[in-house]
Design a protein around this ligand. Sequence first.
Ligand code: T46
Length: 305
Amino acid sequence: MHLRQLELKDAPLMLEWMHDADVTGQLRTDFASKTLSDAEAFILRSNEDKKNVNLAIASDEDEYMGTVTLRDIEDGSAEFAITVRSKAMGRGYSWFGMEAILKKAFDELGLDCVYWCVSRKNTRAVRFYDKHNFHEALDIPAKVLARYEGIADLKWYSVLKDDDINEKDSVAGCKVIHIKTIPTVGAGELSFFEGNHDVEFDIRRIYYISKVPEGTRRGFHAHKELKQLLFCPYGRIQLILENNNGREEIELYDPSIGVVIDQPTWREMLWLQKDSVLCVAASDYYDPEDYIRDYDEFVEYIRSR
Ligand code: T46
């Protein structure tokens, strides 16, 4: 696999995905009406364009498999986009193309940030980004959001220059861990962790939150000293974390995934599915004095540390 400039010979294969409803079903642009000359004109324009980079993802035999794009390159950032032919799906082309163009963005073009968005209804794309550990970005500049004004249900992502995209194992700097899990064929899985062994603190308290209606939000506080491991043994819960590393979210739905919060971090939890259970292993006994429940006070607290 390799990335290269788009060539006129790619136009018929580009047109193939443009006319493939399985590829374009969730995209906003009307590709179905495009013609071979539209594809050729796009390729010719692309190779002259300074504000947008469009490259072909090609197979070892140099067959066009899809296009990766950095568009609206300005002020050190760009928007990422990718489309691949049906034939290329599930064969590693998308991830190859994404990794290669992000490397180009940061190493060659000197960008600081690449962002993108997808419709939440585009489950194939959302699953792809989840699988590669990208988390929803909640601090996209207003100027960028304005380009998508009026479009509902978008999920935004971003990657910063120093993010290690292959090892993105944190949310707002809080570690995402794999809880040891033993499967039994046809009889489920058993997950476990031990204080001071699998988590780096003594566990003094376990609590869990259950029977919560879908759409409920809880949290809206931070802890000064308490360390916690949060996980969701059943259901689906969005966890939003904010601290000096930024504001990021993660969806907890896999019982073998946990998040360790071991620094003052503002947290908000949204129950995406009725009756989801949030479980917490905490480093200390309950102490109301350890909570910061006022957001402005929290911002001042982390600023002054
Ligand atoms: C956290 C998130 C993830 C106790 O009496 N003992 C306890 O151990 C706990 C955790 C709570 N409480 C009392 C305090 C409140 O009167 O239970 C009530 C509900 O607690 P709170 O409103 O803080 O619940 P959440 O869901 O907003 O936050 C909880 C934890 O409190 C917090 O530490 O990190 O879950």
